[in-house]
Design a protein around this ligand. Structure first.
Ligand SMILES: Cc1cc2nc3c(=O)[nH]c(=O)nc-3n(C[C@H](O)[C@H](O)[C@H](O)COP(=O)(O)OP(=O)(O)OC[C@H]3O[C@@H](n4cnc5c(N)ncnc54)[C@H](O)[C@@H]3O)c2cc1C
Length: 293
């Protein structure tokens, strides 16, 4: 049996130094709610776990500065629910956090772990993509910022290098006549693994009839990759909020999704749900903004 070591760094710099020097198969562990079940199922077999929860307070925060919201990677889902920031135009984050797992999971599951798992069932990924979030990745060599929508490149694959830690997620709250909303379908009411989840950030022009910008994100845009539904989002821009626009957007959405079937549901069913959600999300956002009903 191969051995497994645990390294508990004293702080972020210690973790980064260790990861830079270590050439065995290292995995970062935050709360382990995604990583440990995967290890138990032998889907991954790291040699060393670097436990970043040992300096949790450094990366556990929800801050607003110069109009930008910043979340430390070790912020938990419960922290999101307890923050006074995620109301109004940002209530999408509350919606997703409320539908996330069960209280025991929410109390420990981290924002950074959700994003880095890059799984198609995650709640926060489409939400942060719809908010056009950026990620700050740090290593012993420095830091870089990437857009979340460019970070996930395949099923459970990201552009994160082995020596990097995700430190922060940031985004600017939507401005102007805008709103955000989230829908999720699972097979039960609690501990729901999403069959379809869909997030929308929508901004209307001053006339409250024309779409200024839209970002639609889903957990399985192409195959099993959470991503921006770019064609649908681009199509909506500049269009009037009328039934025909939504009907055409639904068709485009179906064409750019390649939803697969599994024991939770068929690809056809998922596609239909995604289309229904698109209409529902647009309706919800437009109603909140005060546009045509
Ligand atoms: C019972 C149960 C219910 C669940 N329900 C939901 C649900 O409803 N919705 C949902 O979205 N998810 C759900 N999950 C999945 C899981 O809880 C989430 O993905 C969670 O956010 C992962 O966070 P974590 O801190 O536990 O990450 P970990 O398991 O510690 O890590 C996950 C992955 O990210 C990497 N990683 C973690 N943090 C960092 C970092 N800062 N930098 C670099 N890499 C990092 C790890 O190496 C690992 O690959 C559920 C899990 C369980 C066990």
């Amino acid at each position: 049996m191969s051995s497994l070591e645990l390294y508990s760094p004293t702080d972020l710099n210690d973790a980064l130094r260790f990861m830079e020097q270590e050439d065995r198969n290292v995995a970062v562990i935050a709360s382990g709610t995604d990583l440990l079940p995967r290890m138990r199922r032998r889907q991954i077999s790291p040699s060393i776990l670097v436990d970043i929860s040992s300096f949790a307070e450094d990366l556990r925060y929800v801050r607003e500065s110069d109009g930008t919201i910043r979340l430390g990677a070790l912020t938990t889902v419960t922290d999101l629910l307890e923050s006074p920031i995620f109301y109004g135009k940002l209530s999408i984050i509350r919606e997703a956090a409320t539908l996330f797992g069960a209280p025991q999971v929410r109390n420990v599951a981290t924002v950074g772990g959700n994003i880095c798992s890059a799984a198609s069932s995650e709640d926060l990924i489409p939400v942060f993509i719809a908010l056009d979030a950026k990620l700050k990745l740090v290593s012993a060599r420095g830091e870089r910022t990437v857009l979340l929508r460019d970070f996930i490149v395949g099923k459970r694959q990201t552009t994160r290098k082995a020596s990097e830690i995700l430190a922060e997620v940031s985004f600017d709250p939507p401005s102007g006549h805008s709103w955000t909303a989230y829908e999720k379908l699972g097979r039960r009411n609690m501990l729901i693994l999403a069959m379809v989840n869909e997030a929308l950030s929508l901004t209307l022009e001053d006339d409250l009839q024309t779409i200024h910008s839209a970002r639609v994100a889903l957990n399985r845009v192409s195959g099993k990759i959470p991503a921006l539904a770019a064609k649908t989002s681009d199509f909506l821009e500049g269009k009037k909020v009328v039934g025909q626009t939504i009907a055409e957007a639904q068709k485009i959405l179906a064409s750019e999704l390649s939803l697969t079937s599994d024991f939770r549901g068929s690809g056809e069913y998922r596609t239909e749900v995604a289309q229904v959600y698109l209409r529902r999300l647009v309706d919800r956002c437009v109603r909140q903004i005060g546009g045509p009903s």
